[in-house]
Write a protein that binds this ligand. Structure first.
Ligand code: NAI
Length: 306
């Protein structure tokens, strides 16, 4: 058995920590020495209502284990207040797990702008506001660990979840740039795409499956990404039921028309080659994406002209 990873001296904010995945993250961090801000608005799955009960319950559980935690009942849309709670109670913030979430599923044809906007506000704006308020504190102390919670629906799309897919993919984009901006200051940002039984996934998962996929199976990865020994940055991971894997972009060798004139007919003619994954590359940055295209011998900018 490996040495236990501890979080003594660290201050962690876990949003949406009153239930499901967030609760499991908060309990583990609290059990291992972190002082935890247990944030939860306490509303329903669709973003209605609010209550202090969910956050209070998890704070009580952490305290019963001998840990230290405070409740925060603000919506993640008031991210500055959540971070202020960490500063007021514990004087610092080291770890942010952006986990709060709701669903407002409907086919795109029936989706209202309200459904779109609420999902955007909780997932994307909420993650922005909490992380943005914590960012200067983490940068100035030269330490921070941020985890975004995305979804397979964001990565692959899912019927009835256009709003949620948009938001979850937005969080991946946010994390990609924050990883670049934070890395030099040891503020590392990663993203998990979990699968777990919860009241949220219970709306789209058969009950037997929801029971088998315990949130506890996701928390070890989230917690590792928050540990000082973890140097991963800008990663995207699928996790659930004990399975852990990393994702990356893959690009076909493609076809370069170079300086020859071409129109949609030539694109159609080369369609199979453009989509042929028998030879691939895995660009990890804008530079790795763009430079080979521009420097290709076929490119009008080629032969080292850029
Ligand atoms: P859950 O419903 O059990 O927990 C989410 C918590 O977020 C709730 O306690 C809720 O009160 C809180 N919350 C909602 N809106 C909030 C707001 N504005 N401010 C603060 N707290 C708020 O759901 P679950 O499954 O634990 O989801 C956690 C995260 O994981 C979500 O972001 C969800 O989209 C994501 N996720 C979950 C999957 C799963 O299989 N359970 C799959 C993919 C992603």
């Amino acid at each position: 058995m490996a040495d236990e990873l501890r979080y003594d001296g660290r201050v962690a904010i876990v949003t949406g920590a009153g239930n499901g995945l967030g609760r499991a993250h908060a309990l583990l961090l609290g059990a291992r020495g972190a002082r935890v801000v247990v944030n939860d608005l306490g509303g329903d799955v669709h973003g209605g209502g609010q209550s202090s009960a969910a956050a209070d319950q998890v704070v009580a559980e952490i305290q019963a284990m001998g840990g230290t935690a405070v409740a925060s009942y603000d919506s993640v849309e008031a991210g500055d207040k959540i971070v202020q709670a960490a500063l007021d109670h514990f004087g610092s913030v080291d770890i942010v797990i952006n986990n709060a979430g709701i669903l407002r599923d409907s086919s795109f044809a029936k989706m209202t702008e309200h459904d779109w906007d609420l999902i955007y506000r909780v997932h994307v704006l909420g993650a922005f506001r909490v992380t943005h308020a914590a960012w200067p504190h983490m940068r100035s102390k030269g330490y921070g660990r941020v985890v975004m919670t995305t979804s397979a629906a964001g990565i692959y799309g899912n019927f009835g979840q256009a709003n949620y897919s948009m938001a979850k993919m937005g969080m991946i984009g946010l994390a990609s740039t924050l990883a670049i901006e934070g890395g030099a200051k040891n503020v590392l940002v990663n993203t998990i795409a979990p699968i777990a039984g919860s009241r949220l996934s219970g709306t789209v998962m058969p009950p037997q499956m929801a029971e088998a996929l315990r949130p506890d199976y996701v928390t070890p990865l989230a917690a590792y990404l928050c540990h000082e020994s973890c140097q991963e940055n800008g990663g995207l991971f699928e996790v659930g039921a004990g399975f852990h894997a990393k994702l990356r972009w893959e690009r076909t060798a493609g076809h370069h028309f170079g300086s020859q004139p071409f129109g949609p007919e030539e694109v159609a003619e080369k369609w199979l080659e453009i989509g042929d994954f028998s030879q691939v590359s895995h660009p990890k940055s804008i530079a790795e994406s763009v430079m080979p295209i521009l420097q290709s011998a076929d490119s009008p900018f080629g032969h080292g002209k850029v």
